[in-house]
Design a binder for this molecule. Sequence first.
Ligand SMILES: NC(=O)c1ccc[n+]([C@@H]2O[C@H](COP(=O)([O-])OP(=O)(O)OC[C@H]3O[C@@H](n4cnc5c(N)ncnc54)[C@H](O)[C@@H]3O)[C@@H](O)[C@H]2O)c1
Length: 315
Amino acid sequence: MEFENITIVGLGTMGHGIAQTIALAGGNVRAFDSDNAHIDQLHKRISDNLSVMMEAEAIAEVSVSEVLDRITCFESQAAALDQADFVIEAIAENLHVKQEFFASCEACVAPEVVMASNTSSFPVTAISQGLQYPSRVINTHWFNPPHVIPVVEVIPGTKTNLDTIERTTKFLKELGKHPVRIHQELPGFVLNRLQVALFREMLDLVGRGVISAEDLDIAVRGSLGLRWAAVGPMRVGDFGGWDILTKVYEVLASEIRSDIQLPDVLVRMQAEGKLGLKTGQGFFEFPEDDQQRVIADKDRKFMAWAKVLRESYEV
Ligand SMILES: NC(=O)c1ccc[n+]([C@@H]2O[C@H](COP(=O)([O-])OP(=O)(O)OC[C@H]3O[C@@H](n4cnc5c(N)ncnc54)[C@H](O)[C@@H]3O)[C@@H](O)[C@H]2O)c1
């Protein structure tokens, strides 16, 4: 592999799945988290994930113990960073905390070691400000669950060099991921911008009672979602014809939401504490005693579609 020893710092929602992906692909993972509970749970979490993935045939049968043997947890960040060829940071989403991490990391590793952030919002140019070698810092933006979702956005900072971009991209491909290069450091990169654009309109429509939440999910899954997953929205446009789509665009551009107010329904849901699964109620109900089943069912669906996608990328 492009990198032999990969240090992961932060073993929460994202870090544990990234560690799993790397170990499954044959990399040696050196893991650290400032919270011992996350270190203690790491092997069990990954072992459970691997069992579910094998059962869902999302991955080939593997020896779980062999995968876990490639993941070593350390009691200090410095020990985890020792011998690292590649570092991935998946710690708290706080610019100051991330800057501190990268500064302390730089003090422990050789100048050629690539240092990647998994930030969802900060430009790596800001995260790497003040470092001696910012040319080896890059953002690899994984999606949750990281061991299932194929795409990783790759966003270089203004000082990131080509070698860092190329080696990181090669490494992600070796992990079985689909790295997608983003050419400018915009807030939200690309995919979160698209997601928010859709959220704005869909929350407005559901909030105004134009369509129910249930029907909106059914409608998108069986039309836009299917087409986007099968060929991608840019090709959907090419197939549909941009002359027609230009006319549709002209009619609708002034009709759809374009302001920066939070949709009323979102404000209401916040006030009522309806935050989704975590509070037992969002647009749908999630009784506490059924939540594990619902999550496992959702993960199985993700895996089944990811498998179809993997095969369709290959042809
Ligand atoms: N959750 C998502 O859907 C998602 C998606 C893409 C990117 N991200 C980004 O990934 C990063 C991690 O997010 P998460 O959802 O895994 O968070 P999380 O809270 O689940 O995990 C963060 C982990 O980092 C540890 N940690 C915090 N500060 C630390 C430090 N200084 N040193 C060592 N360990 C530290 C915490 O103990 C925790 O275990 C964030 O930057 C987040 O924005 C999250």
